[in-house]
Design a protein around this ligand. Sequence first.
Ligand code: ATP
Ligand code: LTN
Length: 338
Amino acid sequence: MASATSKEKPRILSGVQPTGRIHLGNYLGALSVWREQQDGYECLFCVVDLHALTIPEVVRPDELRRKTREVCALYLASGIDPERSTIFVQSEVHEHAELAWVLGCVTPLGWLHRMTQFKTKSDQRESVGTGLLTYPVLQAADIVLYQADQVPVGQDQKQHIELARDVAQRFNQLFGETLTVPDVMIREVGARVMGLDDPTAKMSKSVGEKVKGHAIGLLDSPKAIRKAFGRAVTDSGNVARFEDASPGVLNLLTIYRAITGKPREEIEATFDGQGYGHLKMAVADVVLAELEPLQQRWKEIMDDPTYLDGVLDRGAERAREIASKVLVDVKRAVGLGR
Ligand code: ATP
Ligand code: LTN
C-alpha cells in the first residue's frame, strides 16, 4: 500500500459549493453531520470553488471570492473545529484538477450522461459547458485524493458518490490497487429537506435565490425565518403523524425531529390534532435557537480576516501534504512522467 494511505483514523472528505444562499438543508444534510464526526475520523472539509465554475453565467468573480470566504466562515460557525478538522479551499490544492484529468480518462461518457443532476441542470439551459458534465469526475477526484473512507452528504448527492466509487474501482482494475473506494454517509433524518413553498422538491440554493419563501438561509434574519415558516405549504387538515402527514407537514416534522433529536412518538403527541400554526411556530423556534448562535459566530469570524486566512492557509498546507502523495502514486500507477 502507498504511504499516503497509512492513516491514523479513517478519513472523511466533503464539500459545499460557494454559490447561492447556504440553507437549512445544507446544514442538516451536510454541515451538522460533519460536526458530529470530528472525533471518530480525520476530517477534511473543502469549499469547492472549482465546482462553482460549472455554471459560469451565474457566478461573478468578485462574488465567488466573497462567497468562498463566507462559506469557510459558515463551516467554522457551524462547529467545524480547525484544531480537529482540515478546512481548505479546493482551488488552492492544484492536485484536484490534475487528478480529475486522469480520472476523466477512465470514466465512460455514458456514466456521466446518466447523472440526474446533469440532466436537470442541462435541461434548464440552452448551452452548457463541458464542466457541468464532468463535474462528478472532479468530485470523485476530491474524494479519492485524500483516500477518504466516508463521504457525508445529503440524499441528492448519493448518485455522485456512487459514481466516485465506480471510478475508483475502475481505476484500480486498470492500474492496480491504488485508490480507496469511498462509502456514502447519509443521516437517517434530515438528509432531504424539502422546499417550504413546494414540499415535493428539495430545498435548493439555486431555487432559493429566485423564489422567496423556498429556503431558510442560515444567515436569514429571525423575522424572515418566522415569516417563511409561517407561509410554509401544509394542507387543510390537522394530521401531524410521520406516516400519514402530507409532504409539507412531513417536512416540518422532519426538520423539527432532525434538530431536536426527539423521538417520533413524542413529536406526534405534541402536534397531532393541533392546528399547523402551532407546529410552524415551534419549528421556527427550534431553528432560530440553532441558528442564532451560529450567526453570531459567523459575524465574529467574518470580522477577523486574519484568523480566517490562518485557518485556510494551514488547511491548504495539510491538504496538499496528503494530496501530493496520492497524486504521485496515481501518476506512477498510470505511467506519467519519466
Ligand atoms: P443546488 O440545489 O443549487 O445545486 P444545493 O442546495 O444542492 O445547491 P450544494 O452545494 O450542492 O447545495 O450541496 C451541499 C451539501 O448540502 C451536499 O452534501 C448536499 O447533498 C446537501 N444538501 C443540499 N440540499 C439539501 C437538502 N435540501 N437537504 C439535505 N441536504 C442537502
Ligand atoms: N457536488 C457536491 C459538492 C462536492 C462534494 C465533493 C461533496 C464537490 N466535491 C466531494 C462531497 C465530496 C454538491 O453539489 N453538493
